[in-house]
Ligand binder design. Sequence first.
Ligand SMILES: [Zn+2]
Length: 290
Amino acid sequence: MLIDVHAHIGRLGTERSEALDVNDLVNKMDIWGIDKSCVHCLSEHPEAHYLESDTEDIIAACSKYPDRLIPFCLIDPRFGLNSPDMDFSYRLEEYVARGCKGMGEMLPKMYFDDPRCLNLFRQVGEFGLPIIFDMNDSVNHYGLRDDYGLPRLEKALQECPDTVLVGHGPTFWAEISKEVPEDQRAGYPKGPVVAGGAVPRLMEKYDNMWADLSAGSGYNGITRDEKFGLEFLDQFQDKLMFGTDSCARYAKGAEAEIVGLMKRLREEKLLSEEACDKIASGNAIRLMDL
Ligand SMILES: [Zn+2]
């Protein structure tokens, strides 16, 4: 069983582009051998610059393939009163009742420990939903911001102990290494990982720190230093989840890098069968009660 915890539909709004609709997504899942996908929202954040992917769009799209697609919901931390005291409970209650299993993709251009973010994160945890977030510390690109060593994420983990935060994005994965080149902190640093990075430290210390392996950032984080990457997968096999983050149509035969990596981990026995099963689907089933 292969579950993609990070899939998208919608339309890039900053240029005249075609929408990736729900049929395209299911077609892609068939090609890649993906049984189920969690479909994320984006349109709630203006920074995301995506259209046709708010929570209502996603719930409606997933209802066409109830056996294959799992809807996520999304609320912007600034919604309503733009206040750290905003009560989001009625919306969360409604989304959970309508089948949403997680919140994502959380990527406002705000600091991770902004009081408005912490207020939302805490309430989401009270409803039992994990949050999949994108972290990108560049000023103009979407994604939550943090300082070197991820102290703001650590504060959120401490202040929202009942909320599982699932890491993703360039700055999150750059911080797998203790040495993070300044010019690549929002990119895809190559070369050996220096032990003592913020990501392994937080994954080890906090039960509510998880990660997905999606996108170029997750793939790069795991493969830039294969020995370190395999040890990381083995050590955190109970809190890592397969994901693609693919937002485009794919020609038949084309494959997301992470799909190939999952196959290689099994075929070349780079990771135990049990660990592969957990990363491929077991952890997602356990986390979201799928
Ligand atoms: Zn995404």
